[in-house]
Design a protein around this ligand. Sequence first.
Ligand SMILES: [Mg+2]
Length: 177
Amino acid sequence: MRIVLLDRDGTVIKDPVDYRVKSEADIELFDDTITSLSTLAKHDFAVIFITNQVGIAEGLISEDDFWRIQFEVLRQIAPSGVKVVDTYMNGEDDENASEWRKPGPLMLLKAAEEHGFNIAEVYMIGDNDSDIEAANRAGCKGGVLVKTATNKEVICDSAVFSAETLTEAVKYIVENG
Ligand SMILES: [Mg+2]
């Protein structure tokens, strides 16, 4: 089984207009989320979520809230059949950010260490340049940008591929994995 590192908000679920997922009611999958994850599963890829949650630093949600919301995300994507190996979350804000917060590489490196895969052989998919920078700094095979961020056009020259949709991002990884 191979691994794909996945950002959550703006990548697998839609980001709300304020970019803070604060409750289960804010969870909305993209139209192609299930089919994309299903394609990964069919090609023997499992996923690990790597997510920044600034809402924790801002006091909008607690860590418990985050895990409850994440549990619901996992429930909603379960029909895809994809195996979710783990979730790494950082609740810092930019001002106090350590290297654990993307674009820092430490969540990705910890995932590789804890789950015994070679970081140089995996891709990370995300909708922000911070996802791509984290992938590059961690030494991933590449960061795949998915241009599904809410209300903003993200351009990132250091992405190995820029996809319009998660479907396209997954196709790239299946073909180049
Ligand atoms: Mg995101």
